[in-house]
Design a protein around this ligand. Structure first.
Ligand SMILES: Cc1cc2nc3c(=O)[nH]c(=O)nc-3n(C[C@H](O)[C@H](O)[C@H](O)COP(=O)(O)OP(=O)(O)OC[C@H]3O[C@@H](n4cnc5c(N)ncnc54)[C@H](O)[C@@H]3O)c2cc1C
Length: 281
């Protein structure tokens, strides 16, 4: 059997991590490893070097910034994010989406940065991050970048993150605090399974134009915001639940796969958007 040698390196700073990445082809950053190690086992990824990020000071912090934004370091496990008092009080939809991922042991290991960098159309945290208009902060060989999550996902496994860039934090703006609603998720079985589809419907406390959020997962090549459904809810509130559901059904582009058919996904998007919109009251 021809086994490729694998080097494991631990970075102590973001500069060291990006330098280690640039030294060899096929280097990969490693956070929780709950996607990457499985992809390696399945032969879908064959890194020459893994660069462990978990010892980099600062990447494991959750901090309120001077402007009120909440910065969540790239190596904070999902379970810690979901339990954090600032997240629970100000961004409850994010806590709900973090808790939807896998199981207790998975959430103790997996990170939100890994969830978005893996760019699965079914990534649960992407629903809340899109609704809350989060930004991705990254440090790369050509300097630091801030990328809005809107536009970050380009397709399954594809993002606009520059090659070699290391996500340092996901940042939730202060203005998104207080957005409430619900995240509904269907999977083939109770317990650990990727979503067959997910629907988040939320509303900002201030109400009015631009208050509503409708985000779908696992029904298009990327997690998807549906502005047409949001505008209907802005204008007419829960009375427009049925029209918003129809707009969401029209916006999604589901596929048939082992988790469900395109037809089932489209139908259930309609059901769940109507249900979640009505629940906003
Ligand atoms: C049993 C099981 C159940 C699961 N259930 C779900 C589920 O219900 N919902 C769901 O959404 N996901 C689920 N997942 C997938 C996985 O747990 C998540 O996607 C997780 O959040 C990935 O984070 P990680 O830290 O483990 O990433 P890793 O596996 O370490 O990395 C994933 C990818 O991101 C890159 N990366 C990681 N961190 C950075 C960074 N800071 N900067 C740049 N690139 C980076 C890596 O190089 C790799 O390509 C499940 C996985 C398992 C094993």
């Amino acid at each position: 059997m021809n086994v490729r040698p694998l080097e494991f390196r631990t970075a102590r700073s973001t500069a060291e991590a990006t330098a280690l990445w640039a030294e060899v082809p096929d280097a990969y950053y490693l956070a929780g490893g709950t996607d990457l190690l499985i992809q390696m086992r399945l032969g879908r990824r064959s890194p020459a070097r893994l660069i462990d990020l978990k010892r980099i000071p600062g990447l494991s912090a959750i901090e309120v910034r001077g402007d009120g934004a909440l910065s969540i370091g790239a190596c904070v496990p999902l379970g810690v994010i979901a339990a954090h008092p600032e997240v629970r009080a100000r961004y409850p939809l994010l806590a709900e989406c973090c808790l939807a991922v896998g199981s207790y042991p998975v959430r103790n290991r997996a990170t939100m940065a890994g969830n978005v960098c893996n760019a699965s159309p079914a990534a649960d945290t992407a629903a809340a991050l899109l609704a809350l208009e989060a930004a991705v902060e990254a440090s790369g060989p050509n300097g630091d970048v801030v990328l809005p999550l809107a536009g970050f996902f380009q397709g399954p496994g594809k993002t606009v993150l520059p090659a070699g860039a290391l996500v340092t934090a996901l940042v939730l703006p202060a203005k998104a605090a207080g957005c409430r609603g619900s995240f509904h998720r269907l999977s083939r079985r109770r317990g650990v399974d990727l979503a067959t589809l997910g629907v988040l419907v939320g509303r900002h406390a201030a109400g009015g134009a631009g208050a509503h959020r409708v985000v779908l997962t696992a029904v298009a090549p990327t997690p998807l915001r549906v502005p047409a459904a949001e505008a209907l809810l802005d204008r007419q509130g829960a009375a427009a639940a049925a029209q918003a559901a129809e707009a969401a059904r029209a916006a999604c582009k589901p596929i048939d796969d082992v988790r469900g058919t395109a037809q089932y996904r489209r139908e259930m998007v309609g059901v769940l958007v109507a249900r979640a919109a009505a629940a906003l009251g």
